[in-house]
Design a protein around this ligand. Structure first.
Ligand SMILES: [Zn+2]
Length: 273
């Protein structure tokens, strides 16, 4: 299957219900039963997809093509518009675009494990489950922002639809969020940042954790002493990992209150703030 074909479509509530039932239940991740008719409808709606054969090199090419096609402003507007509306599918792309702002064109480079030494994506996946990427995006705002396969998928989704203009209300939420994050104590950790913004917009803890991760990928919340996607493209081995693995995305996991908010990145994405 051609990789460019599975990106079209628009959200449809019946199709989204099928997507969620397929992957999630009250207890968490699930393998829900979906009828052939439901699957066919979800596929027609562009919400679920046939499995695809994916290669690293094609994903990197597609992702870089999307970066050339999509203006940073469009991605930032989609992020802003996601705040009041809770449209998590629109929120994700700032993380993807931020993570590949400086992604170099490259072919798969053998590393220590089974993933690319440059970007961490896999070399090739046969029958890759594309639908789960869409589930993760609608559920949390995406979780694989630093993988070119997800970046290409995520940005193509945004390219294929009209992005709502952020409202004054969205801008106010963002301004308040930046004020709150700028005023945290020097020792504050990402978890403190997540709690501090809890009441500012409709959201749950996991959605806010992903949002903090997205702001890290976009260079807004970054540790001063580590390589980030804002000031270059850190290879996998340069992305410092904690001794005890946690769910925070790099580099937001190392951000502390003392690092503050990076105004340069803020002005790049959100000049209207
Ligand atoms: Zn790579």
């Amino acid at each position: 299957m051609n990789q460019t074909n599975f990106y079209v479509g628009r959200p449809d509530s019946v199709a989204l219900d099928t997507l969620f039932r397929r992957y999630w239940c009250a207890k968490g991740w699930a393998h829900g039963v979906v009828s052939d008719a439901e699957l066919a409808h979800a596929k027609m709606a562009g919400v679920m997809f046939d499995p695809a054969n994916i290669t690293h090199d094609n994903s990197v090419r597609l992702a870089i093509g999307m970066r050339q096609k999509l203006a940073p402003k469009a991605v930032a507007n989609a992020f802003l518009a996601s705040l009041s509306t809770r449209r998590l599918d629109l929120r994700s792309a700032l993380g993807s675009y931020g993570a590949m702002l400086n992604l170099p064109a490259h072919n798969y480079e053998m590393g220590n494990g089974i993933s690319c030494a440059v970007c961490g994506d896999y070399g090739a996946s046969a029958n890759f489950d594309v639908s789960v990427l869409n589930f993760e995006r609608f559920k949390w705002g995406g979780v694989r922002h630093d993988q070119p396969t997800y970046e290409a998928f995520d940005l193509a989704w945004l390219c294929s639809r009209t992005i709502p203009e952020p409202t004054e209300g969205d801008l106010d939420i963002m301004r308040t969020m930046i004020d709150v994050l700028s005023s945290l104590p020097a020792a504050a950790r990402p978890g403190d940042a997540e709690k501090a913004i809890a009441d500012l917009f409709p959201s749950n803890t996991n959605e806010r954790r992903i949002l903090i991760g997205i702001l890290g990928l976009a260079g807004v919340l970054i540790p001063r002493d580590l390589p980030t996607f804002w000031n270059g493209y850190p290879r996998i081995s340069e992305r410092k990992q904690p001794l005890n693995k946690n769910d925070w995305e790099y580099p937001a996991m190392w951000w502390r209150g003392a690092d503050g908010v990076n105004r340069e990145a803020l002005n790049f994405w959100f000049p209207r703030l």
